[in-house]
Design a binder for this molecule. Sequence first.
Ligand code: SF4
Length: 127
Amino acid sequence: MLDVLVDQILLHRGFYDESGSPRLTTGTIVFGVLLRSLLTVIAGFAIWHYAGVEISVPVSLALLWGYVVYPAYRQYVVYNEHTEHVHEELLCSRCRHFNASGQHCLLFDEHVRPDYIPCDGLDWDPL
Ligand code: SF4
């Protein structure tokens, strides 16, 4: 959970993290939007307090676009491209144990990657 928090605050790039788990799922993208929106609101109030509303509003709008909306859009594009790639290439995408939104095998409770299939194909159960 902490790694998702840090990834979303710092907007780390790359689909996979150091442990090989996907950084981007629909859940982490939505979580990132909510988290960065909260930080933007807090920053907006802080700027309002110290610099006034005439500075706070444009800075908050710029932060909302540059730190919340556009990064979420880019994350969604990367997530979609990767998901399409996985659906075309991986055996798991045609298995009933596969959770597509989380890129996750429900049977082994592990993330699936193009270079790693948790069951090595032995438990593949076609849809
Ligand atoms: S059971 Fe095997 S083939 Fe099916 S999703 Fe899990 S790892 Fe992939």
